[in-house]
Design a protein around this ligand. Structure first.
Ligand code: NDP
Length: 289
């Protein structure tokens, strides 16, 4: 069994990006990312901090906009409008989940699609479905694909079973994997799927993105399969310093021995998500004329 190291793979991405950023700077362009956080959800704050830190480490222009929890929809739309018009900003991300008074879908539609580095704008989803390379693909699916290719897993012709059909992970990942040139045979399973274990057992690659701690057990995976665990779930653990620990959607201890390769949680898909966000920001700067 090989452990797929997300931190090391993310470092490879950063090494590549450093070269691309240097080339952009030589042309007088510093890629800029704006992250908008509404409210003070602690997990969201932590994500925003680590995005800001990575931007600075790579020498990107980073803007962190922290707005109060009571920000209205029209205030937020106005801020998004300003960032859309700001030439120093190439990528904009509105951290999810926003407070309840905010209509998140409307905010995403208000983003300039050319700055939508999360890849959630309908225009970018359409481009992904069409196979148009000028679009932005959501960061977590992009990170999963990169982990597979860098680990030497053959995807062309392979049967990949994706667990979960969210717009953030499962659905865009399925579109990405089945694109011409990537060429996986993709099955997507979800909460209404019958005989889920029979389907996942037929997979060469299993990607779990359902948000259920330890859901994928040994019985779900055939001997020699590759497993990518997207899940990030908190489970109570009195022995842990914060009283909880993070686990994936895969019961790692019983599944790992059966696999050819598997990602750990933490240290698998997580670090790749931020790396691909920065990669999308650099791409946005490269595409701007
Ligand atoms: P959602 O809750 O939006 O979607 C979950 C999906 O899993 C749904 O399609 C749901 O089916 C399906 N599902 C839920 N329970 C079952 C079940 N018992 N059997 C089969 N399918 C089931 O989650 P997300 O896609 O946003 O996130 C999934 C996980 O990935 C979470 O743990 C999240 O924290 C993590 N995540 C990690 C990221 C990273 O950077 N590593 C980034 C984003 C997410 P249905 O549609 O039928 O309801």
């Amino acid at each position: 069994m090989k452990l797929i190291d997300g931190r090391a793979t993310a470092e490879n991405v950063y090494a590549e990006l450093r070269g691309e950023i240097a080339a952009l700077k030589a042309r007088g362009v510093t890629p800029g990312l704006a992250v908008v956080l509404v409210g003070d959800d602690p997990a969201s704050r932590a994500y925003v901090r680590s995005k800001d830190k990575m931007c600075r480490e790579l020498g990107l222009h980073s803007v962190k906009l922290e707005l109060p929890a009571e920000t209205t929809q029209s205030d937020l739309l106005a801020r998004v409008g300003e960032l859309n018009r700001d030439p120093a900003i190439h990528g904009i991300l509105v951290q999810s989940p926003p407070p309840k008074q905010i209509d998140e879908a409307a905010i995403i539609r208000a983003l300039d699609p050319a700055k939508d580095v999360d890849g959630f704008h309908p225009m970018n989803i359409a481009k992904l479905a069409l196979g148009d390379p000028t679009g932005f693909v959501p960061c977590t699916p992009l990170g999963c694909l990169r982990l597979l290719t860098e680990s030497g897993v053959t995807i062309s012709g392979a049967h990949v079973v994706v667990l979960g059909r969210s717009m953030i992970v499962g659905k865009p990942l399925a579109l990405l994997l089945m694109q011409k040139g990537t060429d996986a045979t993709v099955t997507v399973v979800h909460s209404r799927t019958r005989e889920l274990a029979r389907i996942t057992r037929s997979a060469d690659v299993v990607v779990a993105a359902i948000g259920r701690a330890g859901f994928v057990r040994a019985e779900h995976v055939r001997e020699g399969a590759v497993v990518i665990d997207v899940g990030i779930n908190r489970v109570d653990d009195a022995a842990a310093p914060r009283g909880y620990r993070l686990v994936g959607d895969v019961a790692f201890d019983e599944v790992a021995p059966k696999t050819a390769a598997i990602t750990p949680v933490p240290g698998g898909v997580g670090p790749m998500t931020i790396a691909m966000l920065l990669a999308n920001t650099v791409k946005a700067a490269q595409l701007r004329r």
